[in-house]
Design a protein around this ligand. Sequence first.
Ligand code: SF4
Length: 178
Amino acid sequence: MIVDNGRSRLLARPEFREALACIRCGACLNTCPVYRRSGGHSYGAVIPGPIGSVLEPARDPATHVELPHACTLCGSCSEVCPVKIPLHRQLLAFRSVLAEAGLHPRRRRLAFDLAAALFVRPRLYRFTTALGRQLARELPTRLVEMLAGPWTRQRALPPIPSESFRAQWRRARTTGKE
Ligand code: SF4
């Protein structure tokens, strides 16, 4: 039995073909700012990181539609890849392929719409983020972790600061201390 795992799909499209040359060295994972912050488990895939975000949607597009959209397109992965796979270009191209197939990152869209609505309402933004910080510090940890969703399935939440970044930054500028 031959396990294809979406490789024929990659082979059929010239813009993705080079991904099949991957030697699984892991260099693209270690340099990726998204992988370094989120960790391998957050990808929900067998192969994480930039190369996983190309291979996994090729294998199962509906399940892994979010992965190419998580990329910042910084290009660091393509720089370090020893076999010169243009990963960030492939991740960008994959977004179009998925969109053409009617697959969209709905959770990300919802989060962006919510953020956009808050960013244009500074008072509401300050109120919501202050409330969120307070609740996150006072509610039982177990409940906060449940609300934080998949993020806390594999890791602990970092300590919630008592004041916003803006307040810390303003204080540092006033006192001259970073
Ligand atoms: S750096 Fe290149 S060869 Fe190494 S794991 Fe990533 S894609 Fe594969």
